[in-house]
Design a protein around this ligand. Structure first.
Ligand SMILES: [Zn+2]
Ligand SMILES: [Zn+2]
Length: 290
């Protein structure tokens, strides 16, 4: 079984960005100009509680999106929501129950993404309770140094949630506010029939994507307990799972482009992280072994 469809093109996009419609430092037009200049195919502008309209910028697709936040005693939930149409967000107001918001987004054919769970201090129990949220940010550029603290990477908490039964698919995003160079670093490659909002959302719902900062996954193929990974040249391929100890979890070399991983007894899922010479990473979605 191939995770990607060889007949479909990948589109490069950032699913999380802010402008001066909330607390970002630049206008929507300037945000679009910067991502377009960096070669992106799509950008979601996701201001806090402010829904942007779908539009095109010199061939780059702008998805209607928003970031909602909810506060709990020991953690916050930030939900990046992408819509087929901005009007589908009508009626969602501050103070809404987070599960009601998730239901409304899904009922309208949109996608709700758990943003920066490590930064949000989310617990595994909380993440596992988010029925209707099937995607999480695995890496959020702004949550890292020097922009913020050392919690850009959410792999640790997402592995705990996955070991407890909640397998999130993984996007990487900048959460760009255009403060200090955090834009155009972490992105998601989505396979879609065409570059339209509904097609990109379909690719996200079907899990036909991977998260990256540079390295590429070219093919991921599961055959029983054997998983073939083909990549652009990288110096490390790491298999992550619910198991504490796995012999040979991590392989290193010069210009690695291929690995065949044999899932170990007790592994319920496996996902792959690849690292290139410059230290840039990419993350596959978890592959269920059950
Ligand atoms: Zn946030
Ligand atoms: Zn944000």
């Amino acid at each position: 079984m191939k995770l990607f469809d060889p007949s479909l093109k990948f589109f490069k996009g950032n699913t999380h960005a802010h402008t001066n419609n909330s607390d970002g430092h630049v206008s929507p037009e300037e945000a679009m100009r910067m991502y377009h200049a960096a070669g992106y195919d799509f950008l979601a502008i996701t201001d806090h509680w402010f829904v942007g309209e779908e539009q095109a910028y010199n061939g780059m697709l702008i998805l209607p999106g928003v970031e909602y936040d909810f506060t709990f005693p020991t953690q916050v939930l930030h939900l990046v929501c992408l819509f087929r149409d901005a009007k589908h967000a009508e009626g969602i107001r501050r103070g809404a129950n987070h599960m009601d918001v998730i239901s409304q987004v899904n009922a309208a054919g949109g996608v709700a993404i758990a943003a920066h769970p490590a930064w949000s201090l989310n617990t595994s129990e909380f993440l596992c309770s988010l029925d209707g949220v099937d995607i999480s940010e695995v890496y959020n550029t702004l949550s890292g140094e020097p922009h913020n603290g050392p919690r850009a990477n959410s792999e640790g908490i997402l592995d705990v949630a996955a070991a407890n039964g909640k397998l999130f698919n993984l996007v990487a995003a900048d959460d760009s506010h255009f403060y200090k160079g955090e834009q155009c670093v972490s992105y998601t490659m989505v396979q879609a029939e065409e570059l339209t909002g509904p097609a990109i959302l379909e690719g996200l719902k079907k899990g036909r994507f991977y998260a990256s900062q540079g390295p590429e996954f070219k093919n991921i193929e599961k055959d029983g307990n054997s998983i073939l990974i083909e990549t652009s040249p990288v110096c490390r391929i790491t298999a992550c799972s619910n198991q504490y100890w796995v012999a040979g979890r991590c392989i290193e070399g010069d210009g690695l482009t291929r690995r065949v991983y044999q899932a170990q007894p007790g592994e319920k899922y496996v996902r792959f992280q690849i690292t290139d010479k410059q230290g840039r990473k990419a993350w596959s979605n978890p592959i269920s072994l059950q």
